[in-house]
Design a protein around this ligand. Sequence first.
Ligand SMILES: Nc1ncnc2c1ncn2[C@@H]1O[C@H](COP(=O)(O)OP(=O)(O)OP(=O)(O)O)[C@@H](O)[C@H]1O
Length: 256
Amino acid sequence: MNDIVLKTDGITKKYSNKAVVDCLTLEIGRGEIFGLLGPNGAGKSTTMNMICGLVKPNAGSICLFGRDMKEEGKKLLGKIGYIPQELAIHENLKAWENVELFTSLYGIKGAELKKAVEESLEFVGLSDKRNVFAKNFSGGMKRRLNIACALGHKPELLIFDEPTVGIDPQSRNFILEKIKEANRAGTTIIYTSHYMEEVEAVCRRIAIMDSGKVIATGSREELKQLVTADAEKELTLEEVFLTLTGKKLRDYTEGV
Ligand SMILES: Nc1ncnc2c1ncn2[C@@H]1O[C@H](COP(=O)(O)OP(=O)(O)OP(=O)(O)O)[C@@H](O)[C@H]1O
């Protein structure tokens, strides 16, 4: 891969001495839309949190844009936009105030800040709702505002952790189209979701995680070849996923 945006080398995160991310190695190139799939508890969010500097790995290294996170973490975080699984907006702030707050955390001020706020709201189709309090938004609008808050500082890498949970097909379609639009404009994307058809629709390369490890990486076609030698056989990504990860429910609860 020519231009590597993210490289994790053997990253491990342990809680109560159990590795929830276990020696994980990934490489993502500039301009990719990379999908990360895995059953509940596979370690996807923990991995994303380590990449964003929110959780510290116990072992291994993370290189962003060819530079080591341990040494240059603060500088590098300005190149990432993170859309977390849980909504990270302030209900009692207006839409524009939310975007301004998050964008200003990156040191953007004055006219540049104003412009960034308006452009981010425009991108997610919320310009005309700029003065509405977030608490009065529908679920889909809150998800779109959550995305706008991660765009203002113009990140080169956008990380989406299940951005379409609990929203209607129209909002979901809008968000997927916007992810593709951001990618066409040059942004590298990491996308995690449980919705296989979404991952199939937007991601060119996919990693499947289970129990803290990457168990397979490749295009949809390459993943299919791991589970069948029959090139003619039609298999959905969900069938491939279930074959690779098994059908056992992931119902463990810490300490119970
Ligand atoms: N702060 C924490 N303290 C203890 N255990 C944690 C903590 N954060 C995550 N875990 C555990 O680590 C494991 C991986 O969690 P993680 O949220 O990364 O998985 P996930 O693949 O994102 O799951 P989901 O698809 O359900 O969001 C789970 O067993 C979870 O309970």
